[in-house]
Design a protein around this ligand. Structure first.
Ligand SMILES: [Fe+2]
Length: 441
């Protein structure tokens, strides 16, 4: 039988999950860690001293070329004995066509075998294009072959390909460690993910010095994505509340929370909510930037293992139709979803979230304390000055638009809804979207 949502699902033959598993790229973190990129590649078996100099592709965007960050990386790679070609065509919220452009570039220049190594450098968009490109070059065909049916061919990736190292320049998406790459399918106004352990990078190099140039607005918005991962991961199903697949290969990449993911969630919520105001209002503060990058990494280790849920499920239809940034969409939807509708699933747990966000819940009942999480989070967003006040402010979304968005959510996002700690029908989704139109006046 197909793998269903939880042990409470009707009519299933499987028992509760008893096993959890953590798979991560190598992680190298800290100021000037980029200087160890050559060492990292050598450690992954890319030998700069080989008879033929290894030739890699660096996938990035034009902005990072313009501000000089790309030169810093390519100079370091060349000094370490590698040849590197730069492809700087990654677009914001990349489409399938955008990844196909990068794949065509690889095939035209290096043939079907592609490059000896790949580096993805930039925000989540650059990183996802790098992940998608390496995966398709290694497995053949085109991106659409590996997108789930009915949009794509539903084929599984069977090869990982040559080493891939990812270096984020934003503290947010967690794409550098995640087993998913997200692309938009423009003609259908949807976003789809390629989800597989084969698409995960071999190493992530996280250097906070690259994040100080990120403008206040993107700093705030990407931070809200990271905080979303941390809180969604902390409040999703426990792993043993899901079903154990008969074949371990069928265990989903979003497999419920564990003791390990909870530890990372707790620390991530504290680091992100405790430093985001400084990082937004004083971007040169390297200590705050470093704490944010660490918080985003911890949030991703937690949330992107345990599973993102309702908020992300609702964010994809919004982002695709209205072309909003992923982080700002998550920011606007979190109060009504993760901290609103879902709070009823486990008030005690949400009361703990309120405290991690800095709320004083002394003397409150559990349900009231759980609701404080939402209020504290909204206050944080107001303090940042860069977050829209709701879906209407974000993209002019009104009551009339809610039905379409709710339909898209329940019809296309079951991968994420499966993990949500509270069941969601279309009627629920309509009410939640309405709730998210205005988070404050
Ligand atoms: Fe996200």
């Amino acid at each position: 039988m197909s793998y269903d949502r939880s042990v409470s699902a009707p009519e299933h033959e499987l028992g509760p999950e008893t096993v959890w598993h953590l798979q991560m790229p190598q992680i190298r973190f800290g100021r000037d860690s980029v200087e160890e990129l050559g060492f990292q590649l050598a450690d992954l078996g890319v030998d700069a001293a080989a008879d033929e100099t290894p030739h890699g592709l660096l996938v990035t965007d034009e902005n990072l070329v313009d501000i000089g960050h790309v030169d810093r990386v390519t100079d370091l790679l060349e000094d370490a004995g590698y040849d590197v070609t730069v492809w700087d065509g990654a677009e914001r919220e990349p489409s399938i066509e955008n990844v196909d452009d990068c794949i065509s570039f690889v095939r035209e220049n290096e043939g079907e075998d592609g490059y000896d190594f790949y580096v993805g450098f930039g925000g989540g968009s650059c990183i996802d294009v790098a992940k998608g490109t390496r995966a398709v070059i290694a497995n053949g065909g085109e991106v659409l072959d590996y997108i789930a049916e009915p949009t794509g061919g539903g084929e599984s990736l069977t090869e990982s390909g040559p080493p891939l190292v990812l270096m984020p320049t934003t503290a947010g998406t967690g794409a550098e460690i995640s087993p998913v790459a997200i692309f938009s399918v423009e003609e259908k106004e949807i976003k789809e993910g390629v989800s597989s352990n084969h698409i995960r990078a071999d190493a992530a190099v996280l250097d906070p010095t690259f994040t100080t140039t990120l403008p206040a607005e993107q700093t705030g918005k990407t931070a809200m994505d990271a905080l979303g991962h941390a809180i969604e991961g902390y409040t999703t199903h426990p792993f043993d509340g899901l079903l154990r697949p008969s074949d371990p290969a069928e265990r989903p990449v979003y497999a419920g929370r564990t003791g390990l993911t909870e530890m990372f969630s707790e620390k991530a919520i504290e680091l992100l909510s405790g430093n985001v105001r400084t990082a937004v209002h004083n971007g040169d503060d390297i200590e705050a930037r470093s704490a944010m990058l660490k918080g985003a990494l911890f949030g991703a280790i937690a949330g992107l293992t345990a599973g993102a849920s309702l908020c992300h499920a609702m964010a994809y239809p919004v982002g695709n139709k209205y072309h909003t940034y992923h982080g700002e969409t998550i920011a606007v939807l979190t109060p009504a979803t993760t901290l609103g509708y879902n709070a009823a699933s486990d008030p005690e747990r949400f009361a703990s979230v309120a405290e991690m966000l800095g709320a004083d819940t002394d003397g409150m009942g559990t349900r009231e304390a759980a609701d404080r999480a939402r209020a504290e989070y909204v206050r944080l967003q107001q303090d940042l000055n860069v977050i829209p006040s709701g879906l209407t402010d974000l993209a002019g979304i009104e009551d009339d638009d809610v039905d379409w968005l709710a339909t898209q959510t329940v019809e296309t996002q079951q991968r994420l809804l499966r993990c949500n700690p509270r069941p969601v029908t279309k009627a629920d989704a309509i009410e939640i979207f309405r709730d998210a139109l205005h988070n404050w006046e």
